[in-house]
Design a protein. Structure first.
Length: 164
């Protein structure tokens, strides 16, 4: 597996590639955690993530992905991938799409190995509260990503990303 770690407005992100596909994106505390292997795909992914954080990109459609998980999780992640930039769906909406229940969808969201690109941050609770987020600083990071995309329902006490 090849890794590229870089600084983002939300801290250090590490993106991993296997067989010419992105398999993981994670927040890390130590940028020297992995040996760096800046492949063309990892550099492309980093550039697109930087564009996303700068407000200049709203999709990652040309990045090949291969998230590892169960067939149910992959089905949920496919539904998440289709949520448009700046929009949200509830856990119940996704559950309806995949013929499951909201709690199981929440579990699949929490197991998402490629957050931001597979936008689990765009899923909120049915009562319009934020819901969980397993990346970065949890709910704070989720709010920042939604705010970056122009979804300002959670604007009160909104943390700000540097440069916004």
């Amino acid at each position: 597996m090849y890794h590229l770690t870089f600084t983002s407005p939300q801290g250090y992100l590490d993106v991993a590639e296997e067989d010419n596909k992105i398999v993981r994106l994670q927040w890390i505390n130590d940028k020297k955690l992995y040996e760096q292997s800046p492949t063309p795909l990892l550099l492309k992914c980093k550039k697109q993530l930087e564009q996303y954080f700068a407000g200049k990109r709203n999709n990652f459609d040309d990045i090949p992905l291969a998230p590892q998980g169960t067939s149910f999780q992959k089905n949920v992640w496919n539904a998440l991938y289709k949520i448009p930039y700046g929009k949200v769906k509830t856990y119940g909406d996704i559950a309806h799409e995949v013929e499951s229940v909201a709690r199981a969808v929440g579990g699949a969201c929490g197991a998402n190995p490629i957050p931001i690109i597979i936008p689990c941050h765009r899923v909120i609770a049915g009562n319009q509260v934020l819901g969980g987020f397993s990346g970065g600083e949890g709910g704070k990071s989720k709010k920042e990503l939604l705010f970056l995309e122009g979804y300002k329902v959670f604007e009160e006490n909104q943390p700000s990303l540097p440069g916004l």
